[in-house]
Write a protein that binds this ligand. Structure first.
Ligand code: SIN
Length: 551
């Protein structure tokens, strides 16, 4: 049984995990665990960019107001102010590391480390009153991720574990029989059990500080813009270990993913609408003016619901997004990746509208944290999409996710370093070894794929953009049966990556359903036909869940 001891254990290799790794490696040893290759992350896919105040006509106040308005009454104002005001410094740090963002001058993109304020080219997206999206063409995530990865790989204090998938967190009171974890209030996190996918062996990682930076959970839904890794692992592990999770009913559906059988819900960035693209029905009629005064640049919840209504009304498979009225050279220069990708599916966006549909995109809820990314399970931090910091409220403002990850990984790293210097780590006993006594290799892999498909389909149909009491009730009944099957199977067979992910998406689905059934109003991304209005008197509060323990 392999055991690895480290100061900082980081699970996840997107912008949050990588930034935290680089900042903490100055003060201790870091083990960075990622379940596939290091570049396989939600960050890598991010097209639009990073929202931050650089424009001459913009102000912190404007960005704060836009974020609060999008969050529909549930944002934590202190958090919003902290993220918005820290944003520009964190972006300057990226530029100093070598990230190339687009500059205004002739559309070129050079990195600046001279201390001179770069004249950034700023895009616009839904819900933003100003141009404030810092971007690297339409491949911002790829640019940021590649630079951070290069720094991480060259850092001798960071040990990288690719193709390692975390199974469960270890807490000091872990009574370990394959993930049966009991926790008390004095409990704390001391690492994780991790499956090495190449050898199929479970390793024990013992850490002073553990960070969950595992990204989103789009794979809980049948249609999602997210990559395959987005299975809500952090939320599921944290909840099982006893940390509080919150606001999981607020699942953001991106309004525009390419509708094509082979496109796997390829995202068509909101930046397109920021540059003038218009949504139209199958007959070429623009429709957003009937739904919101901001038309195509309304907040995402409004646009996604409008498309859902149009699709149900017309019975068509998709609506259309048209930017072909813009100069074709401009389109190719501003959106080179989108242009090429759409062309490969047979659509020339300089000449014709693109067929688009909404898909699950971003989890606004997650593991509850304080302003330093600390969860309520001691020594456990959570940053990025897996966390619920209070920034997004009931609906995330476009491009506010990467800035949140940057600011919070900075705050969390500072706090974690303080923890390392002040907490007493001498008494932590060695965690019990991973126990697979009595398990055999699976003879029923079909159970895993069947339940994967079933969960994703009923979550899409019953817990999607428009919900109702009846649909949520049906979803609850189904998840209960599936959870029982997974539990039975889990005890009998050796763990595999597929089983670990199934267990996690089932857990997250159950938590989303619980939160959605609890909230008896419609707000932000949560829309229930039986409670169509926002009810501030009773529901202007977070939905908070914590696992109750028997032992
Ligand atoms: C997009 O490019 O439309 C996605 C940006 C985001 O989700 O913030």
């Amino acid at each position: 049984m392999t055991s690895i001891k480290t100061d900082f254990l980081i699970i996840g290799s997107g912008i949050a995990g990588l930034t935290f790794a680089l900042k903490t490696a100055k003060f201790g040893n870091v083990a960075l665990v990622t379940k596939k290759e290091i570049m396989d992350s939600n960050t890598f896919q991010a097209q639009g960019g990073i929202a931050s105040v650089f424009g001459k006509l913009d102000s912190f106040d404007f960005h704060i107001q836009d974020t609060l308005a999008s969050g529909d009454g549930l944002c934590n104002r202190d958090v919003v102010e902290m993220v918005v005001k820290n944003g520009p410094d964190r972006i300057r740090e990226l530029i100093d590391l070598g990230v190339h963002f687009n500059l205004k001058i002739s559309g070129s993109s050079v990195s600046e480390s001279s201390g001179i304020e770069p004249d950034l080219d700023l895009g616009r997206e839904g819900g933003h009153s100003q141009k404030r999206i810092v971007h690297a063409h339409d491949m911002t995530g790829k640019e940021v991720e590649s630079v951070l990865v290069e720094h991480v790989k060259n850092n001798p204090r960071i040990q990288l574990f690719e193709n390692h998938i975390a199974i469960d967190l270890i807490t000091i009171s872990t009574r370990m029989t394959r993930g049966l974890i009991t926790t008390t209030h004095e409990d704390y996190c001391c690492g994780a059990y991790v499956l090495d996918r190449k050898t199929n062996r479970v390793k024990t990682f013992c850490a002073k500080i553990t960070l969950l930076a595992t990204g989103g959970a789009g794979k809980v839904y049948l249609y999602t813009s997210n990559p395959d890794i987005a299975t809500g692992d952090g939320i599921a592990m944290a909840y099982r270990a006893g940390a509080t999770v919150a606001n999981l009913e607020f699942v953001q559906f991106h309004p525009t993913c390419l509708y094509h059988p082979e496109a796997k819900n390829f995202l068509i960035s909101e930046a397109l609408r920021g540059e003038g693209a218009v949504l139209m029905d199958a007959w070429g009629n623009p429709f957003m003016e009937r739904y919101d005064a901001q038309k195509d640049l309304a907040c995402r919840d409004v646009v996604a619901r409008a498309i859902d209504t149009e699709l149900k009304k017309s019975g068509t498979d998709s609506v259309f997004l048209d930017i072909s009225h813009k100069n074709s050279d401009f389109i190719k220069e501003r959106f080179p990746n989108l242009y090429e990708k759409c062309l490969s599916f047979g659509f020339d966006m300089t000449k014709e509208p693109l067929p688009v549909v909404p898909a699950a995109h971003y989890m606004c809820g997650g593991i509850a944290t304080d302003m330093h990314g600390k969860t309520d399970l001691q020594r456990l931090y959570a940053v990025g999409e897996t966390a619920c910091t209070g920034l997004h409220g009931a609906n995330r403002l476009a491009s506010n996710s990467l800035i949140e990850a940057l600011v919070y990984s900075h705050m969390a790293a500072q706090q974690a370093v303080r923890d390392i210097e002040t907490l007493d780590f001498s008494l932590a006993p060695d965690p019990p070894a991973w126990d697979e006594v009595g398990t055999t290799d699976s003879d029923e892999v079909i159970m895993v794929s069947q339940n994967w498909d079933e969960i994703r389909r009923f979550m899409w149909n019953y817990v999607g953009i428009v919900r109702s009491n009846k649909r949520l009730e049906r979803a609850k009944r189904r998840i209960e049966i599936i959870q029982q099957e997974i539990r039975d199977y889990y005890w009998d067979f050796k763990v595999s990556a597929d089983l670990i992910e199934l267990r996690n998406i089932a857990m997250v689905a159950e938590l989303i359903i619980k939160c959605a059934r609890h909230r008896k109003e419609s707000r932000g991304l949560h829309y229930n036909l039986e409670f169509p209005y926002r009810d501030d008197k009773r529901w202007r509060k977070d939905t908070v869940l914590r696992r109750s323990f028997l032992g």
